[in-house]
Design a protein around this ligand. Structure first.
Ligand SMILES: Cc1cc2nc3c(=O)[nH]c(=O)nc-3n(C[C@H](O)[C@H](O)[C@H](O)COP(=O)(O)OP(=O)(O)OC[C@H]3O[C@@H](n4cnc5c(N)ncnc54)[C@H](O)[C@@H]3O)c2cc1C
Length: 510
């Protein structure tokens, strides 16, 4: 695999050649990049079947209450269902459950829900925090003399060792008899029966096995073929392709401060209709520093959104953000496609459940399209999501309607999707530095308001009146935003925004 990108992606080739498992990472990145073709084709491989089509004489390799497919956020959810509520759980992953291709930043108070859900003690949570920062900031590239560095406290200020956290949760699940994990096992199909589901899976040796359970929890992330089928080939509307490294030997890093959003140049036009590249940088503990490069985009834009291409850009532009010193050494690359869904309606519009099937995490795509903190979204909702599923299992009500109500949908987060659209650059409607100028004005407005506003904005907890106030202040300081709204969002998008806001205003959870 590495050899095949030697000429097409020379910088990725050079850096990944020195990694312990560079070959494996390139394979995994290419696996994720298959998403683009699928999204473009609206590919709808059928994977959900009626039970009558289950091959006759099928025997089961195990029976459980719940089958989880996907071992990232699926692990945390499954651990609560098994260790706290006592349900018997099988967890399948095509790679290794609990080994993620990303690391997480979050605030300390958001981690408390793991304690609230009964999964971890405060000390166990502390063990997984590898670094804490005093503060963080966001800054956008402008040359009009108005550049504002906005300091934000209590946001993304803890670096969590994702693999350690997930490994501990897995241990808690496996301490209880009857629970099982099957690694290197690929989900193939699900058959819905009158009294449960049959899941067809293939192990690394190509052996097909069937498992039975009361229901399936789909935690397959953006690649979920179940989400693809149940959402008519369009499970996401927007994406945030993200790549980066955990590395040592970068110049200009401050080990006590997080850089939450940073842009260093106008929109990059090299990859299609244009993309506003944004950096993030966080101390990662043990002398390491994590840098990310990403951009917001709609799924159907003509930009090259491949992770491999973005990694090439990352290595070529990294010196403009943090200069690698001669001692630059990558510990591990981090990457993924973070999904978003624009809810064009007054409330949740996306399918997240079917009879005996429930999607969580990125498979459900209900996290914030603005902050893209899917881990944070699951944690915020974990006690509620697991508690409601426990009740539905006890009452044996696993129909589409009941499961569909077990949702991480938040009307405030859905409304934020409209702000995300302002971050998606489009050469046809925008001047090259539009996104930076607009975001800089938002930083100026937030800087003038009490700290609660900026904290809530980045933690997805902004109240309706607060967002209105931010919006009005931006319009007063930067009237161009009204024109930008009509050109960037168009009539349909503007109507969608109004619907979202009305839905939020009328929501009982407001
Ligand atoms: C680089 C990066 C950094 C991030 N940083 C943060 C952060 O700081 N804070 C935060 O809150 N959020 C962050 N996020 C978002 C967060 O990581 C995601 O929302 C979260 O990982 C989603 O988890 P998931 O389990 O839903 O999906 P995934 O993480 O995509 O996991 C899906 C799992 O399903 C498995 N799978 C897929 N298909 C199959 C199949 N057919 N059969 C079997 N198994 C299958 C995969 O192997 C994988 O293990 C970041 C994301 C990225 C990409």
């Amino acid at each position: 695999m590495l050899q095949s990108i030697r000429h097409s992606h020379p910088l990725v080739y050079r850096h990944f050649s020195s990694l312990k498992d560079g070959e494996g990472h390139v394979r995994r990145i290419m696996e994720l990049d298959r998403y683009w073709q699928r999204a473009q084709d609206g590919q709808r491989e059928q994977v959900v079947f009626d039970g009558s089509l289950l091959p006759p004489g099928t025997t089961f390799s195990g029976e459980f209450d719940l089958i989880y497919v996907g071992g990232t956020l699926g692990v945390l959810h499954a651990a609560v269902m098994a260790a706290i509520y006592g349900w018997q759980v099988l967890l399948l992953d095509r790679h290794i459950a609990g080994k993620s291709t990303r690391d997480w930043n979050i605030s300390r108070d958001e981690l408390n829900t793991l304690q609230e859900a009964g999964l971890f003690t405060g000390e166990e949570i502390e063990d997984c925090i590898v670094c804490r920062y005093k503060t963080g900031w966001a800054e956008f590239f402008v040359e009009n003399g108005r550049k504002k560095r906005l300091y934000i406290d209590n946001v993304l200020d803890c670096a969590v060792d994702a693999n350690l956290l997930l490994d501990r949760a897995l241990q808690k699940m496996l301490e209880h008899p009857g629970n099982r994990v099957c690694n290197r096992t690929d989900f193939r199909r699900i058959y819905t029966l009158a009294d449960g589901v049959a899941v067809e899976a293939e192990d690394e040796n190509g052996v097909t096995r069937y498992y039975k359970a009361g229901m399936l929890v789909d935690a397959m992330g953006i690649m979920s073929p179940v989400a693809m089928q149940l959402n008519d080939g369009r499970p996401q509307t927007h994406v945030c392709p993200t790549v980066g490294t955990i590395a040592r030997g970068l110049e200009g890093v401050d080990n006590e401060v997080g850089e939450i959003l940073v842009s260093t140049e106008p929109a990059d036009m090299s990859a299609g209709s244009g993309r506003q590249l944004i950096w993030e940088g966080f101390p990662a503990g043990g002398g390491n520093y994590i840098t990310y490069l990403f951009f917001y985009d709609s799924v159907d834009s003509d930009n090259d959104k491949s992770l491999l291409g973005l990694f090439e850009t990352y290595f070529s532009k990294l010196p403009s953000y943090k200069k690698p010193s001669p001692g630059f050494a990558i510990q591990r690359p981090v990457y993924g496609i973070i999904p978003a869904y624009f809810h064009d309606g007054f409330s949740q519009a996306r399918v997240i459940a079917s009879d005996r099937i429930l999607m969580i995490g990125d498979a459900a795509t209900l996290g914030s399209p603005l902050t893209f903190c899917g881990f944070g979204s699951l944690l915020r909702n974990l006690p509620r999501l697991t508690g409601m599923l426990h009740e539905a299992l006890e009452e044996r009500r696993l129909d589409r309607e009941r499961l569909g109500a077990i949702s991480a949908y938040e009307p405030n987060v859905a409304a934020m999707a409209n702000l995300m659209k302002y971050m998606c650059y489009n050469r046809e409607t925008d001047k090259p530095n539009l996104v930076n100028e607009l975001m800089n004005e938002v930083m100026i407005v937030l800087d003038d308001l009490p700290p609660r506003y900026r904290e809530a904005m980045f933690k997805d907890t902004l109240q309706f009146e607060e967002l209105l106030k931010v919006g009005m202040n931006v319009a007063l300081k930067y009237p161009e935003v009204l024109w930008v709204t009509t050109t960037k969002l168009g009539l349909e998008g503007s109507l969608g925004m109004i619907k979202n806001f009305v839905g939020w205003a009328l929501s009982p959870t407001r």
